[in-house]
Design a protein around this ligand. Structure first.
Ligand code: IPM
Ligand code: MG
Length: 489
């Protein structure tokens, strides 16, 4: 920890602040100055994260004392940091989000036409991105010479809480529709779960419209006509990609703030990075971090200050006081640096925008909290195993070898290569790599199998010179298969 300071009158709310790397310190300074002038009641604890900590050889980029501060204040205002390139360094963003259970990433993407150039003047979209799961566990393995694998984990509880959060958010902030994007035409179990829970939760909010789009066409529609969307909830990776797209087409990723919300802790940050090339020149736009700080003020029950700061910011934008990134000689009045921009916002505290829509937040609001529905645990039964083996050669030949290993309650059902069935009955056109999934189930269709039978099979595979790279149990849940079938079956 690096020290404490207090600002504002009234009971100060402790928050943890990190100045970050690159343009981080400049935009944080500007932001805190505006908050202070706006009357925010904050007791700031400063921590160090990022480059300086990585340089000490701490691969996570954050030290134990910093965790203590975060767990004590439970509110984190974070400037962007630089994750060093090369192996061994972990993304601090992801570590903090996952460690502290910050499950919902709320990213408003709003256009400020005609003052900030955009093709979508009516855009006002809030992306609620699932923030802990999906491929962000970054559980990756190289399994054969040819094949790398990443586990995409989508959980029922993880999906439910972010989806409930999206609906609660929509209700609280007077929005009318919640849209869900997934790819469940392909990913029937992972994305299928997200979609199914979305439909289930949507039914509890009859006052809100709801709709689902497959992410590819949904993303195309979002990019083409964002004014048709309101709140959009989606799994982590789609949300990462599409929140940048949405922020950029609204005007600039430089204006986007975000809130990372957990049950107990919340982190507020700009959605852009640390822009090292712009560092130290007093040119960076502090708006993304400032708007994140506005979300923070609402979160800690200082909605009055949030509205004052936000309206002053809107007035500054509307008055044409712009940093280089959004400066446009046609509409801007003055090109300013980071500090001057902050001064301009401070000078407008107490004013409201005339053309842009002013904001109002309830003065004292409690954070949105979501619970999970009680669900009976399903009855789970082992009905087979997928054993993945490395093999260079033809599918038919592998099929014959593996076929011989059937027995003791397990029978080879099929072999797939990259998910496509190649045995029995493959076609020579299918391109195959050295990674094969051999599916074994009971000779009696759908009948349960035992772990000792699986273990015996694995040792037969070893003896045949085909040791399993990995196995996946095939389970049914309340009688329904919990595994995908091969393509082309
Ligand atoms: C974001 C960023 C992060 C992410 C990176 C920096 C790990 O792109 O906040 O969107 O992928 O979530
Ligand atoms: Mg991103």
């Amino acid at each position: 920890m690096e020290g404490k300071s207090e600002m504002g009158g009234g009971p100060a709310v402790p928050i943890t602040v990190a100045y970050g790397d690159g343009i981080g310190p400049e935009i944080m300074e500007a932001t805190l100055r505006i908050l202070q002038a706006g009357g925010a009641r904050l007791a700031v604890e400063r921590i160090q994260i990022g480059q300086a900590v990585y340089d000490k050889g701490i691969s996570a980029g954050i030290e134990p004392a910093a965790w203590e501060s975060l767990r004590r204040t439970r509110v984190f205002l974070k400037a962007p940091i630089t994750t060093p390139e090369g192996g061994g360094f972990k993304s601090l963003n992801v570590t903090v989000r996952k460690t502290l259970g910050l499950f919902a990433n709320v990213r408003p993407c709003i256009s400020y036409a005609p003052f900030v150039a955009t093709r979508h003047p009516g855009m006002d979209v809030v992306i609620v991105r699932e923030n802990e799961e999906d491929v962000y566990g970054a559980i990756e393995h190289r399994q054969t010479a040819d094949v790398m694998q990443c586990l995409k984990l989508i959980t029922g509880p993880g999906s439910e809480r972010v989806i409930r959060y999206a609906f609660e958010y929509a209700r609280r902030y007077g929005r009318h529709k919640v849209t869900c994007f997934t790819k469940d035409n392909i990913l029937k179990l992972t994305d299928g779960t997200f979609h199914r829970i979305f439909e289930e939760v949507a039914a509890e909010y009859p006052d809100l419209k709801s709709e689902h789009w497959i992410v590819d066409i949904g993303a195309a529609k979002l990019a083409d006509s964002p004014e048709q969307f309101d709140v959009i909830v989606m799994p982590n990776l789609y949300g990462d990609i599409l929140s940048d797209v949405a922020a950029e087409i609204a005007g600039s990723v430089g204006l986007g703030g975000s809130a990372n919300i957990g049950d107990q802790v919340a982190m507020f940050e700009a959605i852009h990075g640390s822009a090292p090339r712009r560092a130290g020149q007093n040119v960076a736009n502090p708006s993304g971090l400032l708007l994140a700080a506005v979300q923070m003020l609402v979160h800690i029950g200082q909605g009055d200050v949030a509205a004052r700061v936000h309206n002053a910011w809107l007035k500054t934008i509307e008055d044409g006081i712009h940093t280089y990134d959004i400066y446009d000689a046609q509409v801007s009045r003055e090109k300013v640096g980071t500090r001057e921009f902050a001064d301009a916002v401070i000078a407008r505290l107490g004013q409201r925008p005339r053309v842009l829509k002013p904001v109002d937040y309830p003065a004292h609001d409690s954070p949105i909290s979501v619970g999970l529905k009680e669900r009976p645990r399903p009855v789970k039964e082992l009905v087979g195993v997928d054993a993945f083996v490395e093999w260079q050669g033809a599918a038919e030949e592998l099929g014959h070898r593996v076929e011989r290993l059937s027995g003791e309650g397990l029978r080879l059902v099929m072999i797939t290569n990259r998910g496509t069935k190649v045995y029995p009955g493959g076609v020579p056109e299918t391109f195959c790599v050295d990674h094969w999934r051999c599916r074994f189930q009971s000779p009696v269709e759908g009948a349960p199998v035992t772990h000792p039978q699986v273990i015996a099979l694995l040792s037969r595979l070893v003896d045949a010179g085909l040791p399993a790279i990995k196995t996946e149990g095939l389970f049914t849940f309340d009688g329904k298969p919990g595994f995908s079938l091969g393509q082309g079956q």
